[in-house]
Design a protein around this ligand. Sequence first.
Ligand code: DGY
Length: 321
Amino acid sequence: MKPKVLVTREVFDETLAFLGQHCDVESNQPDVAYAPDELARRLADKDGLMCALTDRVDAPLLERGPRLKVVANIAVGYNNIDVPACTARGIMVTNTPGVLDDSTADLAWALMLATARRLTEVESYVRAGEWTGWWLKQWLGVDVHHATLGIFGMGRIGQAIAKRAGGFDMKVIYHNRKRVAAALEQRLNATYVAKEELLRQSDFIILQVPYSPETHHLIGAAEIKLMKPTAVIVNSTRGGVIDDAALVAALKSGVIRGAGLDVFENEPKLNPAFLELKNVVLAPHIGSSTETTRRAMAMTAAKNAVAALTGKTPPNLLNPR
Ligand code: DGY
C-alpha cells in the first residue's frame, strides 16, 4: 500500500508524476482553496500533506489528521504552520529554502526600481493616452544608483538582494538578528548597523525577515518616523512585518516618499487605502512566481514529502528530533 498524500493547491504535471511514483495522490488541480473544514475532512485518511501558505495548519486541523507524518509547505516561509503542534504529534514539517532566493530578490529589486522611478504611475498615464510631450520636470523620480540600501534580514534572500546592489554602486547596510560572518560581509560589501541606524541612514529599505511574533509590526509609526522623508520601503517577505495602517498614514502625509509592496496584512484583502495612493507600487505576493522557481518549489516540497513517507530524512526538515 502506497502512503496517501493530499496536495491542497494546483501543482505542475511533473510534481504529480513524481509524487505518483511513491504515493497515492489526491490533488486539488481545480485550485479552489479548501475551506478549513473541507481540508480537515480530506486529511482524515492521509499520511502526508503538501500545502501552501494559504493553508492554516494548526492543532485543530492536526487533530483531524491522525495518520499524518509530514507537512510539506510549498514555500520557504512557514508561518502558516504551527510547527510546535506538529512536533508534539511527531509530524515532520518541511519548507523550500534555496530555490527561490534569486527570483524573490529580483522582485524586491523590481519593486524598488518601480517605486523610485514611478513606473506604475507613468504606465497608467501612457495607457490613458495622456502623454502629450516632453518637459524637463516630467515625472521626476529618485536615483537608485549610488544610494544607500538598508536590508532588514540577511538570510539567503537578503544576501541575494545585497549582491545585486554592487551593479548599482549602492552603499549597503543591513540589520539582522545575528551579525553575519565577516567574510560574507566583505563579499557582499555590506555593513552591519543597529536597527535605528538602518532606519535613519537608508534611502531604500527592503524587508526580508521571516514573519513571527518577534517581527510582527517590526515597522510601525515610530520606526517610519525615523526614516528619511525621501525614503522608500519595500516589503517582499510577509504581511504583518509592516503595520499597514501606519504605513498608509505615513504615505498619505508624506512622512516617507513611497513603498513597493508584494505582501500585505490580511492579504488578499489589503487595506483599501493603498489603492488610492499613487506613491505605492502593489503586487499580489508574486515574489517567487517565475515558471522555473515555482516548478522548483513544488518539486522540492514533493521530494520532502516522499522522503518523509519512505523512511528517509527530508532534505529540508524544520523540526528534527
Ligand atoms: C515563500 O516561499 O515564503 C513565498 O512567500 C511564497 O511565494
